[in-house]
Design a protein around this ligand. Structure first.
Ligand code: PHE
Length: 452
């Protein structure tokens, strides 16, 4: 499916849907299905959702375009892309820090992401084997506690997820993955819509869930909530850590970056909103709390699956697809480090993937232990699992994103970006104002409030 790009030795994805699929695969994952409902629940719903949507539109979409354009203009790994662009522009090499930060951030995210993806696999298996049959919502909640209390059980699933990630990543992003995603992403969509139908028709609480998500109580817009909403916007669109820069390097020159960015942002946001509309009505129908935390998706949906005929098999399919959505995101979390390591050292891709994957797996044990033997080990009042999420969402991704925006808006030659984006002058100028001013100012304000 791939061919040589005439101007460089790097391969591009010939099929114009491949980039779209890979970018959507990166964006759509646990961030939409697991994290969005749980964070929206913790910050009280509507107000959080509103700020989140604003961040997607004003900060997310312009940055999505910038990152992809940077990757495509150089066709190099993120770190080497930054190197080339800084030397082309004749500016301070310090900008390379964006590439370094991206690798580190992706690494940290994957350490806890893999643990949560492991939970999804564990739920798929337990549903299939009928563990939850006939259980009450309380008992199902107890099962989540039991899973997280058990280090060995979590290690098993975390290991399985990392091994699958490494096996697929080692083959090269565009091989193995493309065909699988073409089938699985649409299936996930269909299943989410089916679940949405269930929430609307069968829970009797749809409107309550709907109001929770969309009624805006302005008193709930605290500095912390705004910082969390912005972090979530970065996280869910895979921004601020060079993932889309790494993928942009393979994007065919005749694909439209703005159109693709809009499509990806739209699909991603739709998935998050639907996930919320599935989860909250079920939460109310089963007497659960929206603010229950990281177990929200697992406990609420499993309570529903335990109550519907054929629920076990449906639940199995659902959580398997969640695992697969997580997989396509995980691959993009490794890609920046992997593409750099293989460019930098004379080491083959397979070995490099195992080394990086192994290191992520090891550090991920810290997240596993956060729920059991190291539950009391806290830094800044947070367990390792919470800290990894907080550091990446609130600091590293927004900071990486703001630096990328400044770089794309102020440092890179205007003509390079306008060639890549190929928009009308008017729209290009709007984009430029967004990356030059709106993104950096928004991030600075929010970091300031978060730190205060
Ligand atoms: N966007 C992915 C999700 O929502 C997570 C991710 C973050 C992937 C950053 C790559 C980079 O699940």
């Amino acid at each position: 499916m791939s061919g040589q790009n005439p101007t460089t030795s790097r391969k591009t994805w010939n099929n114009r849907w491949t980039f779209m699929l890979a970018a959507a695969g990166s964006a759509i994952g646990l961030g939409n299905i697991w994290k969005f409902p749980y964070i929206a629940g913790q910050y009280g719903g509507g107000a959080f959702v509103l700020v989140y949507l604003l961040c997607i539109a004003l900060v997310g979409i312009p940055l999505l375009m910038a990152e992809t354009a940077i990757g495509r203009s150089t066709r190099l790994s993120p770190l080497n892309a930054m190197r080339k662009l800084t030397s082309d522009a004749g500016v301070f090499r310090g900008w390379e820090v964006i590439g370094w930060m991206g690798m580190v951030t992706g690494f940290i995210i994957l350490t806890f992401y893999s643990v949560v993806a492991g939970w999804a696999l564990s739920y798929a298996w337990d549903l299939l084997t009928g563990v939850f049959n006939g259980m009450s919502a309380d008992q199902i909640g107890g099962e989540f506690e039991a899973l997280t209390a058990s280090a060995p059980r979590q290690i098993l699933w975390h290991t399985l997820f990392m091994v699958i990630t490494v096996l697929i990543t080692a083959r090269g992003v565009h091989k193995g993955l493309e065909k699988g995603l073409q089938v699985m992403m649409p299936t996930l969509f269909v299943l989410l819509f089916a679940m949405l139908g269930y929430s609307i028709l069968a829970t009797g609480e749809f409107m309550r869930g709907f109001h929770f998500m969309f009624d805006v109580d302005f008193s709930k817009i605290t500095g912390e909530a705004v910082a969390a909403a912005m972090g979530q916007a970065f996280f869910t669109l895979s921004l601020g850590m060079c993932a889309l820069m790494a993928y942009g390097a393979y994007m065919p020159a005749n694909n439209s970056i703005p159109r693709t960015a809009l499509n990806v942002a739209f699909l991603d946001t739709l998935m998050a909103i639907i996930s919320g509309l599935i989860v909250f009505p079920i939460v109310y129908a089963h007497g659960l709390e929206p603010s229950a935390g990281p177990g929200l998706l697992f406990v609420s949906l499993t309570s529903a699956f335990a109550n519907i005929t054929g629920g076990s098999i449906l639940g199995f399919i659902f959580f398997t697809l969640v695992g697969i959505a997580a997989l396509s995101s995980a691959i993009s979390l490794i890609e920046p480090s992997l593409s750099w390591v293989t460019e930098r050292f004379a080491i083959n891709r397979v070995l490099a993937t195992w080394l990086i994957g192994g290191a992520i797996w090891l550090v991920g044990l810290g997240s596993v232990f956060s729920f059991n033997i190291w539950a009391d080990v806290k830094f800044f009042d947070k367990t390792i699992f919470d800290l990894a999420g907080y550091m990446t969402d609130v600091f590293l991704l927004p900071l990486g994103g703001a630096l990328t925006a400044i770089f794309a808006g102020w440092i890179i030659k205007r003509s390079v970006m306008s060639n890549e984006l190929a928009m009308s002058v008017g729209l290009f100028n709007v984009w430029r104002i967004a990356v030059r001013i709106i993104v950096p100012v928004a991030v600075a304000l929010i970091l300031y409030t978060a730190l205060k």
